[in-house]
Structure formats: structure tokens, C-alpha cells
Design a protein around this ligand. Structure first.
Ligand SMILES: [Fe+2]
Length: 232
């Protein structure tokens, strides 16, 4: 199996390129518009045909490359059903399966950071991983104070869906600001400070008191991402 974790230094975003094998079809998760050429070059070098370009949610901090990648490679671009982006090839919803060759990504609706937040679960030859977007970060979780965010929903997404996965499942988030690259469900359950609480009310209170500034690019990124990365 091929799994490449790519990093955007400007926005601390992780992009993932996945495929079952060299010469096969690939899926890219959360691509950033400033790295389109690099993604295409990497696919060429690994002899991969890009089949899908998908976003975990409407990002507020960077502009997506799913539109540019569709234009350049004829791949299918997809976002969640709740997304405002009507320019995509199609949309996914909870329990859908995205298949590229022998690789299967199970789609989990995990709202809370935004209403269109999704995670993708991958099980392949004993390898288990979840790509959590901004729902579950390493030792953190995505803010819930804009873009139809909702701390109650995020609590349910975390505790009723993500943490129910096998504890040795690898956790790959959409961002990291400290240098973490990967975690596991068990590690996060034991050590993530946002998860050391015993009620949805406590979680909501914690999230309501974070006092975070808005992302720098929010006013540009959100409308651009609702247009698949096209800026007017
Ligand atoms: Fe986000």
C-alpha cells in the first residue's frame, strides 16, 4: 500500500496520497492549491492514476486543489453532502465507500468542526487508519465556533464514532502545529486533553472558552472553497 503524508508549511496542512499499489488508482485527501504540480509529479513518479480528489470539509485556512486537480487529471472531485460547493463531480455522505482499485475508504460523517466535516476510515491488509480532518487532531480537536460548528455534534462524532474504532487504528489529522505526524486511537483516548472529560456539557464549555482568533485566510478561503478552489 502507498501512503504519503505531504505538508503545507504556510497553513500546517497535511495532504494524503493513498493507493493500493504502484501502477494503480490513487485518492488524494485535502490537497492545497499551491502544490498542484507537486501532487501531479508525485503521481507520475509513483505511476499512479489520480482517481479521486476529496476534502474532509470546507477549509477556512487554505484553498483546496480539488478543482485544479480535476481540471488537470480528470479525476473525480468530491466533498460532503452538506458542503455548499456545487462545482464538484459528486458528493459523499455517511457510510459511503470510495474505491480506488483495491483501496476502500469508508466515509464517516463527523460533524462538529463544521457541519460538512467527514473522516475517512481505511482498512487494507491489516493496516488500519483514519483520516480525521479537523475533527480529531493529535492532542487536540478542531474549533467549533464558526462554519456551522457545533461542540455537541463534535462530542458525538468523537465519542460515538471515532473513538469506537479499534484502538490500534492510526490517526492522521488534517493539520498539526507542533510537529506531530501520526497518532493512534488509544493514544488520543489516553492523552488528548480534549477527550479527558465526562460529559457533552463539559466538552461544550471547554470549546466555548478557547478564545481563538479567526484564521488569516478565512474570508478568502471559505468562498473560494465553496467554488472548488476558484477565486473570482
Ligand atoms: Fe478546518
Amino acid at each position: 500500500m502507498i501512503l504519503r503524508q505531504l505538508f503545507d508549511h504556510d497553513t500546517y496542512t497535511y495532504t494524503y496520497l493513498l493507493a493500493a499499489e504502484h501502477g494503480g488508482k490513487a485518492i488524494i485527501i485535502d490537497p492545497v492549491n499551491t502544490h498542484v504540480e507537486m501532487y501531479i509529479e508525485l503521481c507520475k513518479q509513483l505511476n499512479l492514476e489520480l482517481a479521486y480528489a476529496i476534502d474532509t470539509h470546507t477549509h477556512a485556512d487554505h484553498i483546496t486543489a480539488i478543482g485544479d486537480l480535476r481540471d488537470a487529471t480528470s479525476c473525480v472531485s468530491m466533498v460532503g453532502n452538506e458542503s455548499m460547493a456545487d462545482c464538484v463531480s459528486s458528493k459523499f455522505s455517511d457510510k459511503d465507500v470510495i474505491e480506488a482499485g483495491n483501496l476502500k475508504l469508508v466515509v464517516l460523517h463527523t460533524p462538529g468542526h463544521t457541519d460538512d466535516s467527514y473522516s475517512f476510515y481505511l482498512e487494507h491488509n491489516g493496516f488500519k487508519a483514519i483520516f480525521t480532518g479537523d475533527t480529531l487532531l493529535i492532542r487536540g480537536s478542531g474549533r467549533t465556533d464558526f462554519q456551522n460548528g457545533n461542540a455537541h455534534e463534535q462530542y458525538d462524532s468523537l465519542f460515538q464514532k471515532i473513538l469506537k474504532l479499534p484502538e490500534d487504528t492510526l490517526v492522521y489529522p488534517a493539520h498539526d502545529y507542533k510537529g506531530w505526524t501520526v497518532s493512534t486511537i488509544k493514544e488520543e483516548r489516553d492523552w488528548n486533553p480534549r477527550l479527558q472529560i465526562d460529559s457533552v456539557e463539559a466538552y461544550s464549555e471547554l470549546m466555548a472558552n478557547l478564545k481563538l482568533a479567526n484564521p488569516k485566510m478565512m474570508d478568502i478561503a471559505v468562498p473560494a472553497n465553496q467554488s472548488c478552489g476558484k477565486i473570482d
